[in-house]
Design a protein around this ligand. Structure first.
Ligand SMILES: Cc1cc2nc3c(=O)[nH]c(=O)nc-3n(C[C@H](O)[C@H](O)[C@H](O)COP(=O)(O)OP(=O)(O)OC[C@H]3O[C@@H](n4cnc5c(N)ncnc54)[C@H](O)[C@@H]3O)c2cc1C
Length: 304
């Protein structure tokens, strides 16, 4: 158990299912679950209390890039649903400050109506600002790094830290934060420098991106791209060429529309997903020699 100050203590949920907090709608339970909605203070208090008491903590945003084990997650899972944005005119061109729990699509839309360009790529990328800062989410030839100035994080034992782009050392769907094994940090805020543009022109670019995704990606419960694209190629193309589109294991299926999307066709378990991931990796490797690296992150108890 963990001791939290009131009123937060009453909001801790023991043995809570995480399936509804993940985009694939699957996975086991958290020993303890806390959904932070109110404020950054609430979020920081809960996470710091757990750190201080030696309870392992995992912060999740939209659960759009995590495969949560059927055996669940030990310790505390905190869902970051604290959604606030401030527009301003700060130094270095910074003009947007969003909390880590803000939905990326919500932020992109708010910026569009204000005539601030740069996040058009994010118009239909699920998840939160925090998860995207960790993952360097991106699409349509851009990514979070393209407009981010700084990330404000809370770190166990170190308090508030401001990380510059250089310190975040971004790469393709990765960052210094993603590489951290201890996970004892919390993305509180992301600060962006977006360029003024005509709201109608920004909207047109967003709609173009959304339409393209609707045409090429399957609807329904999934985790987006399962594998990173290998250099000079596309994971989806390799999977399709290996004849794996539509391949099914248990309730999980390689989308017949897009080879790099695995859909939760019929009450899939995380074990179904993982078995399909391994099968696809092995088959593609046998046929082409290419190792597909996972873009999706395994979270929780994956020990046999
Ligand atoms: C249908 C679909 C389409 C997708 N398309 C794309 C795409 O085009 N491009 C792309 O890049 N991704 C895509 N994804 C993946 C996903 O949208 C991104 O990876 C997104 O950035 C994940 O954000 P999240 O809030 O859901 O993170 P989560 O999955 O909740 O977490 C991801 C990681 O970040 C950590 N984390 C999350 N929030 C915080 C925080 N505040 N502080 C500290 N750590 C945190 C978690 O612990 C975990 O390690 C897609 C997913 C789906 C389901």
């Amino acid at each position: 158990m963990i001791r939290l100050p009131e009123p937060y203590a009453g909001r801790l949920q023991p043995n809570a299912s995480l399936a509804r907090y993940t985009a694939a709608r699957l996975g086991g339970t958290a020993d303890l679950l806390y959904v932070a909605k109110e404020s950054t203070d609430e979020l920081a208090t809960v996470v710091m209390s757990a750190w201080d008491q030696g309870v392992p903590v995992r912060v999740l945003g939209g659960g759009a890039n995590v495969l949560i084990s059927d055996k669940g997650v030990r310790g505390l899972v905190v869902i970051n649903d604290v959604s606030e944005v401030t527009f301003g005119d700060w130094h270095d061109g910074r003009n947007v400050s969003a909390t880590g729990g803000m939905g990326l699509t919500v932020l992109a839309r708010k910026c569009q109506t204000r005539g601030l360009a740069g996040l058009e790529w994010a118009a239909s990328v699920p998840g939160t600002v925090g998860g995207s800062v960790v993952n360097n989410a991106g699409a349509h030839g851009s990514d979070i790094r393209a407009n981010l100035c700084e990330a404000v994080i809370l770190e166990a034992g170190r308090g508030i830290q401001i990380l510059t782009l250089e310190e975040l050392t971004y790469g393709y769907r990765t960052s210094a934060l993603k590489a951290r094994v201890d996970k004892r940090f919390l993305v509180l805020l992301a600060q962006f420098a977006l360029k003024p543009d005509d709201p109608a022109a920004i909207l047109a670019r967003m709609e173009h991106n959304v339409a393209y995704r609707k045409q090429t990606q399957p609807p329904g419960a999934s985790l987006g791209s399962i594998f990173k694209n290998p250099p000079g190629d596309f994971a989806g193309r390799l999977i399709e060429a290996a004849g794996l589109k539509g391949h099914r294991m248990g309730g999980a299926q390689v989308s017949p529309l897009h080879g790099n999307f695995f859909i939760n066709r019929d009450n899939a378990t995380a074990a179904d997903y993982y078995a399909l991931i391994r099968y696809v990796q092995e088959t593609v490797h046998k046929q082409t020699g290419v190792n597909l690296d996972m873009e999706v992150e395994l979270v929780g108890d994956w020990q046999n």
